[in-house]
Design a protein around this ligand. Structure first.
Ligand SMILES: Cc1ncc(COP(=O)(O)O)c(C=O)c1O
Length: 432
């Protein structure tokens, strides 16, 4: 009998309902995935008990021998995976990884360029409701109306006009490869640092399918739980470490500190205390999994599935931002379909298909309503689904959008979705 079942039946029931939901519905949220049982076991293991403020070999607590081993493995595996000089695996989340970079490279009030949230950026890239937009002078760049891709003429002009200290590339709803090289050229033309946020495509970068930011960007952040398929968390990397240009020296020796040292101390003690050692160890497991050849096959299948889905949707007349995808993300613009993103999300949810409403570039609706939905293939690909299932899923999406007010049709789709899901179990070892 499960310990939770014995001690807390309320939570046991809630947990089982969530297991049932994950097993019986189609997860198309582009930022979600299903971790391996090994990652999950480590995430729920004894390392959750350990305080380990500091870094391996330099902790403020005793008893850290084994968590040191785990963190060293995580860092070393990450460096091999992304071919980089420096890795910090402690950020509790992608947002904290971004906060640590901004606080290391900038002073409050400094100017930064980031992709507008409604054009695919992320909250931490300068949204006015986020610390980034409150502490720094963010200037947003956009995608072009015609291509749906970053408008590099605008980025060039904004860089010239505003002389940013830092440019951020990457986002949460950008279906195309991030154009690191073009951003580098612009950053160099105004002496700005370049940060890539690869939270979304990290697994595709690790697999060599998406170009790597390492040779172009000064610093790279990511989450670990999207295409990388690890536990929920953040990471910071640098392709090449370098001496800090702000003249910060080590107090005793007078040696100029490396940026890696500054990043480490911004993460801890700057913005975090004790690291989540159970999660860091689970990150190490996920990085180990991503280093195996079958992860490359998985990542390729994620993109193949997304491109197949994009083509099927376009054949049915749907308009996709940028007319397709290079990655796992598809952004459907429903402006011409007479339905809001909010209503489509609700209808699809009722039909057992989970997506999120999403602003589309130049959206006239509010972020709570939106004109689009974002879909992605990392989670269904982990379940083993391929073209046959995707053709079926696209038909269900189309049917649900057309029948968004018809509960009978939506619940019939849900029954069919449940049957498909039964053939693709995620965690057969879990009781439910
Ligand atoms: C591009 C990007 N950066 C950062 C984050 C933040 O990650 P977290 O939710 O772990 O704070 C996300 C999450 O959606 C993201 O898409």
């Amino acid at each position: 009998m499960s310990h939770i079942q014995k001690t807390d039946p309320d939570l046991f029931d809630i947990l089982n309902r969530e297991i049932e939901r994950e097993e019986s519905t189609l997860e198309l949220i582009a930022s979600e995935n299903f971790t391996s049982p090994a990652v999950m076991e480590m995430s729920g293991g004894v390392m959750t008990n350990k305080y380990a403020e500091g870094y391996p070999g330099k902790r403020y607590y005793g008893g850290c021998d084994h968590v040191d081993e785990a963190e060293n493995l995580a860092r070393n595996r990450l460096k091999v995976l992304f071919n980089c000089d420096y890795a910090n695996v402690q950020p509790h989340s992608g947002s904290q990884a971004n906060m640590a970079v901004l606080m290391t490279f900038l002073s409050p009030g400094d100017t930064v360029l980031g992709l507008d949230l409604s054009h695919g950026g992320h909250l931490t890239h300068g949204s006015s409701v986020n610390f980034s937009g409150k502490l720094y002078n963010f200037v947003s760049y956009h995608v072009s109306r015609e291509s749906g891709r970053v408008d590099f003429n605008e980025v060039k002009q904004l860089a010239k006009d505003h002389k940013p200290k830092l440019i951020i590339c990457g986002g949460s709803a950008y279906p195309r490869f991030i154009e690191f090289e073009q951003f580098r050229e612009i950053a160099d033309s105004v002496g700005a640092f370049l940060m890539a946020d690869i939270a979304h495509p990290a697994g595709l970068v690790a697999a060599g399918i998406h170009p790597s930011p390492m040779e172009y960007c000064d610093v790279v952040t990511s989450t670990t739980h999207k295409t990388l398929r690890g536990p929920r968390g953040g990471i910071i990397m640098m392709g090449t470490d370098f001496e800090n240009p702000w003249g910060i020296v080590a107090p005793k020796s007078g040696r100029v500190k490396k940026v890696s040292e500054l990043l480490d101390s911004t993460v801890m003690p700057g913005i975090q205390g004790g690291p989540l050692m159970h999660i860091i160890a689970a990150k190490a497991i996920a990085f180990g999994e991503a280093l195996k050849p079958d992860f490359k096959e998985y990542a390729q299948q994620v993109v193949d599935n997304a491109q197949f889905m994009a083509n099927q949707l376009m054949e049915l007349g749907y308009k996709l931002v940028s007319n397709g995808t290079d990655t796992h993300v598809i952004l459907i613009d429903l402006t011409q379909n007479n339905i809001s993103g909010k209503k489509a999300e609700l209808a699809l949810g009722f039909a057992g298909i989970t997506v999120n409403k999403n602003m589309v570039p130049f959206d006239e609706k509010s972020p709570f309503v939106t004109s689009g939905i974002r879909v992605g293939t990392p989670a269904i690909t982990t379940r083993g689904m391929g073209q046959t299932e995707i053709a079926q899923i696209v038909n269900w999406i189309d049917k649900a959008i057309h029948a968004s007010d018809n509960d009978g049709i939506l619940s019939n789709i849900k029954k069919e979705v449940n049957i498909l899901c039964e053939s693709f179990p995620i965690y057969p070892h879990l009781n439910h």
